[in-house]
Design a protein around this ligand. Structure first.
Ligand code: HEM
Ligand code: HEM
Length: 239
């Protein structure tokens, strides 16, 4: 089990320090940025009615795009910093980037969690870090989908901005990959959004459900960093 140089909180229950400060700050900033991206991205794809008056005065759609691009850049920089932290942070910090996909026991854990969420399994397992199903869904539906959104988003941004490093690094190669058709990049950037929306809906449901049913702290752990357990010993499959 992971040890920490920090004193445990004042509690009679066993607790482990799991999510370090940078991970927690990143989680909540990223959650806010992604929420803004969903709303503004949806509005870019399905624009509301045109307002009366001179557009450059009320700047309505300009604000929608400005918010999208700002949140997009916050998400992109956060992603790079979070990836860096997966190398220098504690061993839980690498879970979503490099889950132990080659371990048979890990997949048994995934099956157990699916059965637990389907209410077939009645004995909850305790994990110090993320449970295996959470880890696998965060790896594919957040890390890879997030990377796709950042790369295609920056490609579209570079296209609007014109010549510069974003255009050279992202727009050129991405347009080439999508057959030189900017509309195809728009369509994929839009379609893949729904994969992340699905992840977030299930993620929030699972966080609230596990907070109630798993007999270990969940949402408060992403706020304080500490995981508290009741009853049985937790499993730390990553050490
Ligand atoms: C009210 C909204 C949210 C709540 C209550 C929430 C709650 C949590 C909790 C409790 C964890 C830790 C789960 C565990 O210990 O296994 C977590 C992790 C995570 N959440 Fe959220 N979350 C929210 C929104 C979001 C959003 C919008 C995203 C972005 C798509 C997101 C992405 C993630 C990721 C990637 C992790 C893994 C963190 C890491 O290991 O670095 N969450 N969330
Ligand atoms: C979770 C992350 C993201 C989501 C859900 C998202 C969603 C969307 C959606 C739905 C659209 C409309 C596409 C269409 O139908 O034409 C869009 C457009 C766009 N997004 Fe994103 N996006 C994300 C991340 C990013 C990032 C990181 C950037 C980089 C700055 C970015 C830049 C853009 C640009 C430049 C456009 C085109 C705007 C326009 O043509 O007016 N997006 N986004």
């Amino acid at each position: 089990m992971a040890t920490t140089p920090i004193d445990p909180p004042l509690s009679s229950e066993p607790a482990v320090y799991v999510y370090e400060v940078p991970v927690r700050i990143w989680h909540w900033i990223n959650a806010l940025a992604v929420t803004v991206l969903f709303i503004t991205g949806y509005l870019i794809g399905s624009p509301p009615f045109t307002l009366m008056g001179e557009p450059s005065n009320h700047y309505f759609f300009g604000w929608i795009r400005f918010l999208h691009f700002s949140a997009g850049q916050i998400m992109a920089v956060g992603f790079v910093l979070r990836f860096y932290w997966s190398f220098v942070g504690n061993h839980h910090a690498r879970e979503i980037f490099r889950p132990p996909l080659a371990h048979k026991g890990f997949w048994k854990g995934v099956v157990h969690e699916i059965r637990w969420y389907a209410m077939i399994e009645h004995a909850p397992r305790k994990y110090v870090g993320h449970n295996p199903l959470a880890m696998v869904s965060m790896h594919f539906l957040f890390v890879w989908v997030g990377l796709f959104m950042i790369v295609t988003g920056l490609a579209l941004y570079g296209e609007g901005e014109g010549p510069g490093w974003i255009h050279t690094v992202f727009t050129g190669p991405v347009l080439w990959l999508f057959g030189g058709n900017s509309q195809t990049v728009h369509t994929w950037h839009h379609l893949v959004m729904w994969a992340m929306v699905s992840f977030v809906i299930v993620h929030i449901y699972a966080a609230v459900r596990e907070d109630i049913m798993s007999r270990q702290s969940i949402i408060s752990s992403m706020i304080s960093g500490w995981r508290n357990f009741r009853d049985a010993k937790p499993i730390d499959h990553d050490t």
